[in-house]
Design a protein around this ligand. Structure first.
Ligand SMILES: Nc1ncnc2c1ncn2[C@@H]1O[C@H](COP(=O)(O)OP(=O)(O)OP(=O)(O)O)[C@@H](O)[C@H]1O
Ligand SMILES: [Mg+2]
Length: 465
């Protein structure tokens, strides 16, 4: 399955993208000036039709749109139409409208028509930035969850665990445990470094459980902004808050009768932890704005790459929640501790990617296999799969050659002069070195570099093998 699903919902586009639509070039320049400095990527459109074309083609995280596009109109109708069309195109896309001072009525109309928020021109930089940051983060989170759901759907159709490699002794032990506990409804906590297969295993557990006919809902807890947490997880009723235009079921409700996969629970805030704990303790919850109590009828599988024991010690993770989730802990070993799986994984990836890219590749050259065995794989299976995917794309013979894989050795990386590298490259180099030095222990590597674990993980996912 892994080889056939090279689709990668985790790879973040490096910078959030904001589409600015305005016929006034001055506004576009001002927007660029403000947002580019803050790490946003800017796309620009001078008309509603251009804005729609771009939103349909590019990955946009937020649209900042003007209400009037012709010199002699002030009705805002063009803006209202654009908001409606953007909404239709992508219901998850946050749309912030720009209105002139004193046209609050129009702003309200736009919000009723589906805009997320409004900005009054001339704007206040600090406030606009804050609005754009918070809405674009929320938009990205919604999209990521949608992608994860699509991937889950794909897995469902493919039927796990075909293609799931578990030949090494540690993996066989894990599969024995899975066999034993999957059918029950016990909470399971999956632990392990990035890219070790927690997401795939969660799905396998669901497929072998007594609730396998029910839904499988996956939520990235690390990416849920505080403001959206409750309504995403528990749902809301119409009017519970400004954006609540209709009743909406939360993730727990959607997962009713099936499994919910709470991914990256190590990144939850303490506030989120206590809200989740209440549900776990009582099995009950309410939609935001409703007093009707609902029963949580779900099997819970949680995962994290954080060291939860240490987080409990330091007070960053509630001990009572940890015990609730940790009924059956399963620790996925890093690739360096399951070397017997390396070549079978490679072969399965080569087949999968060769099929995907329509190439005839019979296997790997011997020196390529040796190099794979010698590589440290700090990014685990995900890194391996990326390396093989690139190899398959580059391959011009029947066997994947060592060169195709482009495994950059540590000495090669070191050989480049620091003053020739960009800050991003230096950062990646330092992260790799720190990981190697600490034998893949992300917590220690992050500590050494003075980064938070969460930041380190986020950046790690952007590192190409
Ligand atoms: N045992 C396996 N056999 C084949 N492919 C696997 C196996 N385990 C994981 N993979 C593949 O490796 C990649 C990473 O797996 P997955 O996303 O499940 O890791 P993860 O532990 O959830 O990572 P993260 O902590 O970064 O979210 C995926 O493409 C997945 O299909
Ligand atoms: Mg995962």
């Amino acid at each position: 399955m892994a080889g056939a699903t090279p689709y990668e919902p985790d790879s973040p586009t490096s910078r959030p993208t904001v589409l600015i639509a305005d016929d006034d070039p001055g506004i576009i320049i001002a927007g660029r000036f403000l947002l580019e400095d803050e790490g946003f990527n800017i796309l620009e459109a001078r008309s509603p039709s251009e804005a729609l074309r771009i939103a349909g083609q590019e990955q946009v995280d937020l649209a900042l749109v003007d209400m009037n596009y012709n010199r002699n109109t002030t009705s805002g109708q063009e803006g209202l139409d654009l908001v409606a069309s953007l909404r239709e195109l992508d219901p998850d896309l946050p749309v912030v409208v720009m209105t002139a001072w004193g046209t609050i009525d129009l702003a309200i109309k736009a919000i009723k028509g589906g805009a997320t928020d409004f900005v009054q021109k001339p704007w206040d930089n600090v406030r606009v930035l804050q609005q754009i940051r918070s809405h674009s983060t929320a938009g990205r989170m919604l999209r990521r969850n949608r992608l994860l759901e699509q991937e889950n759907e794909l897995l469902r159709r493919q039927g796990a665990p075909e293609g799931f490699v578990c030949e090494s002794a540690p993996m066989r032990r894990i599969m024995d445990i899975v066999e034993q506990v999957a059918p029950s409804r016990a909470n399971i906590l999956l632990l392990g470094e990035n890219g070790t297969g927690k997401g795939v295993l969660a799905r396998i557990i669901h497929d072998r459980s007594s609730v396998r006919e029910g839904p499988y809902i996956s939520v990235n807890m690390g990416g849920l902004p505080e403001s959206l947490f409750e309504s995403e997880m528990f749902g809301h009723v119409k009017g519970a808050f400004t954006d609540a235009k209709c009743d909406r079921a939360g993730r727990f409700e959607l997962a009713k009768g099936g499994s919910i996969f709470l991914d990256e629970i190590g990144n939850m805030t303490l506030g989120q932890q206590s809200r989740l704990l209440r549900l776990l303790e009582t099995g009950e919850y309410e939609r935001v704005g409703s007093s009707r109590t609902l029963k949580a009828d779900v099997r819970i599988i949680a995962a994290t790459n954080a060291d939860l024991h240490a987080a409990v010690q330091s007070g960053a993770f509630r001990e009572d929640l940890f015990f609730r989730l940790n009924t059956v802990p399963i620790e996925l070993p890093p690739l360096r501790e399951r070397r017997e799986d390396l070549i079978p994984l490679c072969r399965s990836f080569v087949d999968g990617f060769a099929r995907k890219y329509g190439k005839k590749i019979l296997g790997m050259a011997a020196d390529a296999e040796r190099a794979i065995l010698d590589h440290p794989w700090p990014g685990n299976i995900r890194e391996l799969s990326h390396a093989v995917e690139r190899g398959v794309l580059m391959c011009r013979n029947q066997r994947l050659a060592l060169d195709d894989l482009a495994l950059r050795s540590q000495s090669e990386l070191n050989a480049r002069r620091l003053d020739e590298m960009s800050i991003e490259e230096v950062e990646k180099l330092l992260m790799r070195k720190a990981l190697l030095r600490h034998e893949g222990n992300v917590t220690k590597a992050a500590e050494q570099l003075g980064m938070s674990r969460a930041t380190f993980y986020r950046k790690l996912k952007q590192i190409e093998p």
